[in-house]
Design a protein around this ligand. Structure first.
Ligand code: NI
Length: 185
């Protein structure tokens, strides 16, 4: 089932999300709905707060990048209660967007490599070192769980440049190809 994506201005996007345990109600259904929602919106990541739930979980698909990066073929993963335990000092700049901020694309500087811990959909714990797009998308989604958005990383000048687009969202008048839950003007 496709869920509406909460857009900029919705308070849930600014909340500190909470860890969950295996008893979280209907978790497999929620995970499936999140994949349906992300795929329908052509996203590569989606965090639970973006569908209105302040819980520490996100999903990532790298399959859309498989043409150029065959190692990402069928890459679809669930991350529950994730932690970043190490970040490389080495940073890189990449273009980012966010389904909660339709029409906004900006370059963001982040660590190249990270070491992470998380639970998968079966609550099995994993510890991994991530690089490339995987590291990038993980850091973007992880921010969502702390109430952060990629635009928080921008310079004052770049923030000023996108102010108009943000104001349109705050009026509940954003447009996208997918279903959104916008703030009421
Ligand atoms: Ni996002």
């Amino acid at each position: 089932m496709i869920l509406p994506i909460y857009t900029y201005g919705q308070p849930v996007l600014r909340k500190e999300a909470e860890n969950i345990d295996q008893n979280y109600p209907d978790l497999p259904v929620l995970i499936q709905n999140m994949f349906d929602t992300m795929n329908h919106a052509d996203g590569v990541g989606l965090a639970a707060p973006q569908v209105g739930l302040p819980i520490r979980m996100f999903i990532i698909t790298l399959d859309p990048l498989a043409e150029e990066h065959p190692e990402y073929k069928d890459f679809n993963k669930v991350y529950i209660n994730p932690e970043i335990i190490e970040e490389s000092e080495d940073q890189e700049t990449m273009d980012e967007g966010c389904l909660s901020l339709p029409g906004v694309h900006e370059t963001v500087k982040r660590s190249k490599k990270i070491r992470v811990k998380y639970h998968d959909a079966d609550f099995v714990e994993h510890e991994e070192e991530l690089d490339g797009f995987h590291s990038r998308v993980f850091q973007h989604e992880f921010d969502h769980l702390d109430g952060k958005l990629f635009i928080d990383h921008l310079s004052t000048l770049r923030k000023q440049m996108i102010k108009g687009k943000l104001n349109v969202m705050l009026k509940g008048k954003a447009r996208s190809s997918y279903k959104m839950k916008q703030v009421k003007a």
